[in-house]
Design a protein around this ligand. Structure first.
Ligand SMILES: N[C@@H](CCC(=O)N[C@@H](CS)C(=O)NCC(=O)O)C(=O)O
Length: 228
């Protein structure tokens, strides 16, 4: 039986834009596990009530339900040992740092660049909820959050310098082969790619070469993703 995953979608059900869900799409593909995704909207809380929380990704694997992308990655690596996502306990510990860094520094930085654009692609029934919940979080309007993005984008790009320094030495964050650390960062970059036409990476950024390699993995899974 295929694994089922509730996956955040926009007004266009083919537009899948959650950074956390993308991490798991890549992780499942890495394991060679077929997945059936179910389009989920921010306000479809009842559809995932069985997981006893309100966010996606949520996977159902037979009788097992797991939510939270990190917990799902750990579950997958335990349940389906090879090919490994983490490369052992030390790799998992390092990936935990990458996860925390991506969640705090990368996602926060990207939100300031594209959060108003997200409003344009969410389903009509999610629009009020999305605006209200995100404006409460930022304390200003979505328009104001994103207003200074042309000048602010360079600050975001500077925060990615550790990635450049590592990827100058090796092809993947996982070393010689991609690991969950690559999927965390690439999944995070799928969010702006699938929500906005704003370029969060400069054209000359060496990170593009690595991101293009990720987009080509698994038969071009990331590259084929619907974009606005
Ligand atoms: N820590 C969770 C975060 C999941 C999360 O925040 N997902 C977003 C979609 S990108 C969500 O479901 N948001 C629901 C909401 O804002 O109400 C993970 O890693 O999976």
């Amino acid at each position: 039986m295929n694994i089922i995953m509730h996956d955040l979608a926009g007004a266009d059900p083919a537009l899948r834009f959650s950074p956390y869900c993308w991490r798991i799409r890549f992780a499942l593909a890495h394991k060679g596990l077929p997945v059936e995704t179910i389009a989920w909207r921010f306000t479809d809380k009842a559809a995932i009530a069985f997981s006893e929380q309100e966010r996606v990704p949520v996977i159902r694997d037979g009788d097992t339900v797991v939510s939270d992308s990190w917990a799902i990655a750990e579950y997958l690596d335990k349940q389906y040992e090879t090919p490994t996502l983490f490369g052992g306990a030390a790799g998992r510990a390092h990936a935990r740092f990458v996860n925390a860094w991506a969640d705090s520094i990368m996602l926060g930085g990207i939100a300031r660049l594209i959060v108003r654009d997200v409003l344009d692609i969410v389903d009509a029934k999610d629009r009020d909820y999305f605006r209200k919940s995100r404006e409460e979080r930022f304390g200003v309007s979505l328009e104001d959050v994103q207003m200074e993005r042309e000048s602010g984008v360079s600050r975001f790009r500077e925060t990615l310098q550790p990635l450049r320094l590592v990827l100058r030495q090796q092809n993947w964050l996982g070393g010689a082969a991609p690991s969950y650390a690559d999927f965390i960062v690439a999944g995070t970059l799928m969010w702006p790619r699938c929500c906005s036409r704003f370029a969060v990476l400069a054209g000359h950024d060496p990170l593009n070469a690595w991101f293009e390699r990720v987009l080509d993995l698994f038969g071009g899974l990331g590259r084929a993703a619907r974009r606005p």
